[in-house]
Design a protein around this ligand. Structure first.
Ligand SMILES: [Zn+2]
Length: 369
């Protein structure tokens, strides 16, 4: 911002010059809206593994509810896509469904070579605009594999599930570490794209949902607090940097059966949701046309980068690729057969320390995900 010194302005002989300068500045100010929009778009994508929106509504989850109220919510089905974590996060991070990328499990089909053919959003950004800064900071080490696959890969890739010795970390602790690092990155560096993956809801789904549905909701509540940390960092960053325009996207990779687990094609497993909060997304709107495959093209569109024509997804700013009139997956809330104290029960032991007791110290690579 140009400023005219008051001491200079006090000198009568300069008044005419200052008057002309003021006129020129005023003219520039009037013409400014015609110039290119100077705001810089930034995007945060929060991936919450295995989370049913119906259970978010049943849980204590004010941050997610707030994001939905401040943005647009889509409740959708990922059918006929595989309801497993690697296939679905690969879809979110490439913009194509499993019918193209070919990942159908968390095992051998989930490998870095896929991302040479179907580059991740990180690679697509780094190829088109290498000056942009991209980061994947999340819990599951497979997300690190995806973000680190392809060339060039994300600028920064962090998986918090493994400690420096390679031993497994409790999922809840790993999620907290990931969210803390994400919030720090947003506030201190303002990367152009940050993706994060939080895992404990899925683990609680596998281990406890069948016997203790409230434990699954409690995991949602813990993650909701992390979502609040990340969203607060975004809002603080945006307030401190008026030239930045931030969009927050939230999604999940699949749902969970009432007895816990996924991989099949029931409504509970197919259920997904997308929240888009930011400029251009109507607050409080429910519009079911946004799909998991739309995450990557939406990020590219927000960053003003080209979207490859072979992607299955479409930018949500153009309505997304889903059918807004399709009936969302039907996932009634599961009531808990366990109420009150269950002191001494096997389930209580799991609930007291579900994420460490049941991850088995091997980074959970054998779980259902
Ligand atoms: Zn998953």
């Amino acid at each position: 911002m140009l400023q005219i010194s008051p001491s200079t302005g006090a000198r009568a002989g300069r008044r005419t010059v200052l008057g002309v300068a003021a006129f020129v500045l005023a003219s520039l100010a009037v013409s400014a809206p015609v110039a290119a929009d100077p705001a810089t778009d930034k995007v945060v994508v929060i991936g919450i593994d295995g989370t049913l929106w119906s259970e978010v509504l049943a849980a204590d989850a004010p941050a997610l509810r707030r994001l939905a109220a401040e943005g647009t919510l889509s409740r959708t089905s990922i059918a006929p896509h595989t309801t497993m974590s690697c296939p679905s996060w690969a879809t979110a991070l490439t913009g194509v469904w499993d019918s193209k990328h070919g990942i159908t499990d968390n095992g051998s089909s989930c490998n870095p070579a896929v991302f040479d053919t179907y580059p991740t959003v990180f690679t697509q950004i780094e190829r088109a605009a290498p000056q942009l800064r991209t980061a994947s900071i999340g819990t599951w080490n497979t997300i690190g594999m995806i973000a680190g696959g392809g060339s060039p890969s994300a600028d920064r890739v962090v998986s918090t599930q493994l400690d420096p010795s390679g031993a497994g970390v409790c999922e809840s602790a790993a999620d907290t570490t990931a969210a803390t690092l994400v919030a720090e990155a947003i506030e201190e560096d303002g990367p152009d794209l940050v993706f994060t993956h939080l895992d404990q809801v899925d683990i609680a789904g596998h281990t406890l949902r069948g016997t203790w549905p409230q434990a699954y909701r409690d995991a949602i509540t813990r993650v909701d607090e992390l979502v609040d940390d990340i969203t607060s960092a975004v809002d603080a960053r945006a307030a401190a940097h008026p030239g930045e325009r931030w969009t927050v996207l939230v999604t999940t990779d699949h749902g969970h059966r009432p007895d816990g687990g996924h991989g099949g094609s029931s409504d509970y497993e197919n259920a997904s949701f997308v929240i888009a909060r930011g400029p251009g997304f109507a607050p409080g709107r429910e519009y079911n046309g946004y799909a998991l495959a739309d995450i990557t093209p939406t990020v590219l569109d927000l960053l003003d980068l080209p979207v490859a024509p072979n992607l299955d997804g479409l930018s949500m700013r153009a309505g997304g690729s889903g059918d807004p009139d399709a009936i969302p997956a039907r996932t009634p809330v599961v009531d808990s057969p366990i109420t009150g104290s269950s002191s001494g029960s096997a389930a209580a032991a799991a609930v007291n320390n579900p994420l460490c007791a049941l991850v088995s110290g091997s980074a959970g690579t054998g779980s259902g995900r």
